[in-house]
Every structure is written in C-alpha cells, then in structure tokens.
Design a protein around this ligand. Structure first.
Ligand code: MGD
Ligand code: MGD
Ligand code: SF4
Ligand code: MO
Length: 742
C-alpha cells in the first residue's frame, strides 16, 4: 500500500466553503480517501465541517458517478471516447442551429456550477458564444429577486450586502435556516458558533419563518409568518420607522435618494393592516422596527424563503430599505458589501457611478416574461420547447442542472425534453434530467479538480483568499470541465469539435484583457503565461484585484503562487465600508425607491386584505445531510432516518385524520405525491413542509442508493407558471395543497 498523505481542499458542496483536511492514499487507480475532517488551521472556516464534507469520500468513490462519456444509441446509453462524444455533438447540434437559428439552442446551468471555477468561468464563455436568448439557470429558482432588488438599488446585481455577524448585535433573519443550509448569499461557515458568540456578547437573533427551524431553536425569538407574506411585515416595519420618527440614515445620508418616495409608498401598510395578512401581530411588528432602529449594530437578512414567492423582489428590496433607513447598511456590524480578492464584479469600471441595471431587453417568446440579467425564467423552459414557431427551442445543453427534480412540474419538463431534437448534459450522474440527454459528458470528481471560489468571497463574512490544488490526478483521458465547455464553445462558434481549445482560450483571454487593459495586454499575457485555463484567469484576477500585487507594483500583494503556498488560506481582514465606491447607479446614489419596485408595490397593496381561503399551504426545508437534488446517492448521507417527510402541525393532523408515521397523499394543482407524516409543533398551523430535491423513482436514472428510498417530489406539487413577475423567479413557497391519509 502506498503511503498515506495529507491534502487540503475547499469543500465545493455548499456556500460555506469550508477548508477540509483529507488523508488519502494513491494505491488504487483513482485514489482512495481515508478520512475527511475540518482543516483546523484554515483561516476562514477554522476546522468546521458538516456531514456532506465527509461524504466527499463517498462522492469520489461512488460507482454510479460517470467516468466516461455516454451517447444514447437506440434508446440506450453506451460509453464512447471523448472524441466520439464531441463528434456526435457537432454532427447533431450544428444543423439545428443552421435551421432554427441561435435561439433554437437553450442552455440550462445549475447550482454546482457556482462551486466550480472551471464551470463558472467557462460557462459564461459558452453562453456568450451560443448567442441565444434561451438562457436558463437555477437563479430563477433561487436568488434572482435579491439580485434584481440589489441591482436596482446599488447598480450591480452582485452588490448584495451580508450580515457582518462578528460585530452585529441584532440580527433579524427571514426565510433562511443557516443551521441546516450553512448559509446562502452569505458565506459563513459555522453559523452556530458565530450566532452563539453574538448572543454571548448580548446580541439578539430573531427568526421569522413559517417553521420553528433549527436556527429558530438557537435564536432569542421566533415568529411564525404566513408563507409569501414577508412583503407585508417588512413594509409595515418601514411604515413604523417613518410613523415613529425612527429613520436615521447616519453616514449614508448624502448617498441616498428616494426616502420620501418610500415613505409615501408604504402608507397603506400599517402594522394593523399587515398583521392580519402576515400572521404577526401589530405590536410585534412595531417592536421589531423599534429594536432594529435602536440597536447600535444591526442587520436584516432575508434569504430563499423571502425570494421564492410572488412578492420576492419586493421583499428582498424592503430588507435593504430597512437596513438603509436604520443606518445599518454599510456600517460595521450591519449589512456590508464584501470585497473579494478576485473576480469582484462590482469593483470594475469607474467607482461610485455606473450604468445601473435594466430588465426586459427581450422577452420570452410564449409568455412574454422579461429577460433579467440575460436570463429567462426556468418556469418557461418547457413551453419554449413545446410551442412551435420561429425561435422554438429544439436543442438543450444542461450544465450541472437537474431541473426535472429541482424546478416546478418536472413531469411536464421531462416530456418536453423528450421532444427535443438533441440534448447534451455536462453532469456527473445519469439522473432524472440527464437521462433525457443524447450525450452526457462527465466532469471529474471534485477531488480531481482544482478549486478557487469565484463567487462566494463576494458574499463572505470576512475577506479571504484560498486555493486548492487537485487532491488526485484525474484518470487518464478525463478532461477538466472547462475544456469540455470550450469544445462546446468551439462547436457553437462553427469551428468544429476538433478546434484547438488552447488557442481558443488564448483568444478569449486576450479579447477580455483588451477590453480592460488596452495597450498593456501583451505585457499582462506574458506575466501570466505560466498558467492555463481557469488558473490563468485567476492569476489575472488576483493580481489585478484589490489585494493583488498589481503585476509587481505592489510586491506584498497576492498572486496565485502565494495562495498555493498557503494551504490554510490567506486572511484579508474584516469587511470594510464601501459606499459610495461600490455604487454603480446612474445617479451615484443608493436608489431607495426604484420606480419598478414602487410600482409593483401596488400589487401588494391590492393583496393586503387577508384571503378568504385559509387552506393548507406547503413550504420546503433543507436538511444538513442533503443538498438539493443530487446528494442522495451517497451512503453516508442516505443512511439514518428518512428525511423526506411531511411535517404537519398536530392540530392540522387531527383535523385531517393524519397520524404520526402514517402516510399522506399530498395534492397540488396537477399531481399527487405520497410521504410519511411527521407530526411537529414546529410547523405553523395551516402550513406543512416537505423538502425539495427528492423523487428518485423515475425510470432510466442510474442512482442505485437514491432509488432505494426515492422520497416524494415537492416540485411536482408546484405550478411552473407561478412566478414573481419582476424577476421571473419561481414561487416555491406557500402553494395551496390538500392532504389526506393515504
Ligand atoms: N421546491 C423547491 N425547489 C427548489 C428549491 C427549494 O428551496 N424548493 N431550491 C432551489 C435552489 S435554491 C436551487 S440552487 C436549485 C438547484 O437545482 P439545480 O441547479 O438543478 O441543482 P441540483 O439539484 O443541485 O443538481 C445539480 C446537478 O449537477 C450535477 N453535478 C454535481 N456536481 C457536478 C459537477 O462537478 N459537474 C457537473 N457537470 N455536474 C455536477 C448533479 O449530478 C445534478 O444533476 O433547486 C431549486 N429548487
Ligand atoms: N444542507 C443543505 N444545505 C444547502 C442546500 C441544501 O439543499 N441542503 N442548498 C443550498 C442552496 S442551493 C441554497 S440557495 C441555500 C438556501 O439557504 P437558506 O435560505 O438558508 O434555505 P433554507 O434552509 O431552505 O431556509 C429557508 C427557510 O425559509 C422558510 N420559508 C419558506 N417560506 C417562507 C416565507 O414565505 N417567508 C419566510 N420568512 N420564510 C419562509 C422555510 O421554512 C425555511 O426555513 O442552501 C444551500 N445549502
Ligand atoms: S458546510 Fe458542509 S457542505 Fe458546506 S462547505 Fe462546509 S463541509 Fe462542505
Ligand atoms: Mo440555491
């Protein structure tokens, strides 16, 4: 047996980005993992790990994980060589583009791509080269409302402030459960310890959620809220701030426009009017507003529960309106804008002013849904495939995306995918979505890939930079995913499957550098010539970034070589105020009252009266041993009690005749699913909860472990046409359901 060795790797499974320490051996072909633990010396995560990080071993060793390209022949997948796979793609995709135009090809990109530097950096190149309006992603199942509200307020869609938890003394959290999710749009490993430290110094954590979550359990207070009604609570808090003279902009004063317009806009939302609608009494609403205003260092944070609703953009906006009006935005201990060492997307161009954002530059063909940041809503993908006419989608490339399970009404999408002329999937499994593909191109195991978090340092609780080299060499012939994306880029550009990907990469980099660096381009290219692919992009981004060595001008600054020499990462200090530098609005101010949002508030005003129908509503939930739709095949996570259960308040159960442990039939508008009932007074009466990402009982997938306990698909109960009209985001929370004993 070869000697065991220690390796360090940032976990690519969730947004916490924990630094891990692995013991590995090289005595089997693709390497063996002996153990995985938290890396105590990691400057950012300090040894924190969750069960999913440990399960990287299972993922690396999973026999179902694909190791060779698959092509479907006569309805069956067969293994082929990489060249054969790309030849097949060229042969079948190019004629579709020639016949149907660029829009005949749709692209769908999913969550893991945000965790892979090769996927994130090179998917953008493919999407640009494809030249199609049909770009879809998990963003419209997730955070698009927050990106839109922040884009409108601050001028850039990635200017999303995060709680400065290490200095915060009052944190109001809505629709987030970091004890299970480990944080989102907020990279904060070991939330539990940080919340505990906050409370130990006298700070308070208040949670607003239709379920008394694991996070609510460690909080000072929890308030049930009716699903989908955060807009009413938040608007009433804003109303209270004005009504009671609690507005204090503080240092933001000269940088804020639109305060009076907000004051006028929230007039209808008195605490009394909102209370009946959202289920939180008026006194509590006023108290929350007063506590927020009175706290010296405080922050309101809303996450997926506040996004995946019909008023998602409004709720996301009002979260930051509260932060601004109480002087807590951009202030230490409040909601702050991180500054990443590389790829910080709101730090380019002239500081303090910019073009701002706009939406609806084009619309979807069938429903007329507006484009948002270049994307169309995932909820319209099926109809764009099904509906004949010019611009009909006839081919799809899916990249780390499993919308058949992760998007509402996957059954319809599955039928639509079957009607495509051609589909390619970049994925590591033959699963519910990729079974519809004609060609599957597998990515390597994460342990065979290098890693730098391109996205998450822009949302991190603290500044840092960390890089992981591959733990194992990839098996012979296995290309990194960025090369697969470049080969697809070459194909859609008409250069053919055999195009020289290195040359194409050089060309793309040079074009990019010319845009930013102009005449300095040749010198810069020479300076980074020792790297290739994503590492080369990283080297450019790091060295030209805010902590970089500026290509020698600041020798103490960061380079990739320095990161490689620091396996525990480099700490870059606490968050710093960034207003006005961070702003990219045309006015150079924080736009507190963007017209699009103020106008949309009329929709909420019209909905302020409590609905007559008090039927059951369903929400999702996350469990620390699960991750969206794709980690149910890992034995370490799959073992133990079934996590896909229907949580029901005992009072509702008694009324519905449901018993603990019994089975229930849950029906949405179109479909019925079955799940075991778990009685729980953590549920708000009238609300039931089922986690998403389950339903692994579809034919044709190759997920042996997951198929043993497939679970029920929450998204089968949801309606793909329900969207937040501004952001196109799916409504995943609060759908009406009926539940009966099964
Ligand atoms: N009802 C309901 N639905 C939801 C949600 C909810 O809260 N409720 N949450 C939504 C959210 S926030 C999100 S982000 C989406 C997620 O939905 P998706 O974006 O579809 O992501 P996953 O379900 O995580 O599926 C990831 C896919 O990537 C593949 N994969 C994993 N690793 C790699 C890799 O390294 N390379 C490649 N090429 N592929 C890989 C997996 O096999 C799987 O097919 O789900 C959404 N759906
Ligand atoms: N273990 C694990 N970790 C994950 C994931 C996973 O699947 N499993 N997925 C990752 C992804 S892709 C994301 S985007 C993040 C999401 O991270 P979080 O936003 O923390 O997601 P959840 O844990 O689903 O918490 C959302 C909460 O919103 C509540 N909620 C539902 N509807 C409403 C509502 O109308 N109003 C309010 N106020 N609350 C509501 C739900 O009850 C739930 O407790 O997690 C990431 N981390
Ligand atoms: S919390 Fe778990 S899944 Fe998330 S990065 Fe850390 S170890 Fe990985
Ligand atoms: Mo997500």
């Amino acid at each position: 047996m070869a000697d065991a060795r220690t390796a360090h790797r940032i976990c690519p499974l969730c947004e916490a980005c924990c630094g891990l320490e692995l013991r590995v051996a090289d005595d089997v072909a693709d390497g063996k993992v002996l153990s995985v633990r938290g890396h105590d010396a990691d400057v950012f995560s300090a040894g924190y790990i969750c069960p999913k990080g440990v399960a990287l071993k299972d993922l690396h060793e999973d026999p179902d994980r694909l190791r060779a390209p698959l092509v479907k022949r006569d309805g069956r997948f067969v293994e082929v060589s990489w060249d054969e796979a790309f030849a097949e793609i060229e042969r079948r995709l190019v004629p579709i583009l020639e016949r149907g135009g660029r829009d005949a090809l749709a692209l769908s990109v999913g969550n893991p791509s945000a965790h892979k530097m090769g996927l994130l950096l090179y998917y953008a190149r493919l999407a640009r080269a494809a030249g199609t309006k049909n770009l879809y992603s998990a963003s419209t199942l997730d955070q698009m409302p927050k990106q839109l509200s922040c884009g409108l307020m601050f001028g850039h869609w990635l200017s999303i402030p995060v709680p400065d938890i290490e200095r915060c003394n009052f944190l109001l959290m809505l629709g987030a459960n970091p004890m299970a999710s480990n944080g989102s749009l907020w990279t904060v490993p070991d939330f539990r310890a940080k919340a505990k430290a906050m409370r130990a110094r006298g700070g308070r954590l208040v949670v607003v959620d239709p379920r008394r979550t694991e996070t609510a359990e460690v909080a000072d207070a929890h308030h049930f809220i009716r699903p989908g009604t955060d807009v009413f609570l938040l608007a009433a808090m804003v109303n209270t701030l004005f009504d009671e003279g609690l507005v204090r902009l503080g240092a933001l004063e000269p940088h804020v426009a639109g305060v009076d317009a907000v004051r006028a806009a929230v007039q209808p939302f008195t605490p009394d009017a909102a209370a009946a609608r959202c289920g939180i009494d008026a006194a509590t609403i006023r108290t929350l507003a007063r506590e927020l205003a009175a706290a010296e260092r405080a922050c309101v944070y809303g996450r997926i529960g506040t996004c995946t609703q019909t008023f998602g953009t409004l709720a996301s906006w009002l979260v930051d309106v509260l932060n601004v009006l109480t002087g807590h935005l951009d202030a230490p201990g409040g909601a702050m804008f991180p500054l990443a060492a590389a790829f910080q997307s709101n730090a380019t161009g002239a500081p303090g002013r910019g073009r701002g954002v706009s939406t609806g530059r084009h619309t979807s063909r069938v429903s007329g849904a507006p484009e948002v940041f270049g994307e169309l809503p995932m909820g319209v993908l099926a109809e764009e495939i099904e509906t004949p006419g010019a611009g009909q989608v006839r081919a799809l490339i899916s990249v780390a995306s499993n919308p058949v399970l992760s998007a509402p009404n996957g059954a319809r999408l599955a039928r639509a995918l079957d009607s495509l002329e051609f589909m390619v999937s970049l994925d590591i499994y033959l699963n519910e979505t990729t079974r519809h593909a004609d060609v599957i191109l597998p990515g390597p195991s994460p342990l065979e890939d290098s890693h730098y978090d391109v996205a998450f340092p822009q949302f991190s609780f603290r500044h840092h930079a960390r890089y992981s080299a591959p733990v194992f060499a990839p098996p012979a012939g296995q290309p990194p995913e960025w090369q697969n994306l470049l080969r697809l880029t070459a194909i859609v550009l008409g250069r053919g499957a055999q195009a020289d990907v290195q040359a194409l990469d050089d060309e793309l980099l040079e074009a990019e550098l010319r845009r930013h660096a102009g005449e300095q381009t040749p010198a810069l290219l020479a300076a980074v010539s020792r790297w290739r692919g994503p590492e080369r992009l990283l080297e450019v981004a790091l060295r030209s970034g805010p902590f970089g060595d500026r290509f020698g001008a600041k020798p103490e600054g960061l380079t990739l070589a320095k990161l490689i020499d620091a396996p525990a990462g480099i700490d870059l200090g606490p968050l710093q105020p960034r207003v006005p530098e961070v702003l990219r609005t045309p006015s150079g101010r924080i736009e507190l009252a963007p017209p699009l949002l103020v106008a949309d508030l009329a929709r909420a005003t019209a909905d302020l009266a409590p609905p007559a129908d008090a039927g059951l509503r369903i929400v999702g939930r996350r469990d620390v041993r699960s991750n969206n739709s794709w980690m149910h095949n890992l034995p370490l996570l799959a073992k133990g009690p079934m996590r896909c259960t229907l949580l029901v308040n005992p009072a509702d159960a008694a009324r519905l005749g449901l018993a603990d442990g019994g089975r229930a039939a849950v029906s949405g508008r179109q479909h019925t699913v079955h799940a075991a009932v778990e009685l729980s007074d953590t549920m708000m009466p009238g609300v039931v909860s089922l986690p998403h990402g389950w339903g692994h009982d579809l034919d044709g997938a190759r997920l042996a472990v997951a198929a043993e306990r497939p679970g029920a698909n929450l998204n089968a109960l949801l309606d793909e046409a329900q969207r937040d009209p501004l952001s196109g985001n799916a409504v995943l929370s609060g759908a009406p359901v009926s539940v009966v004993p099964a």
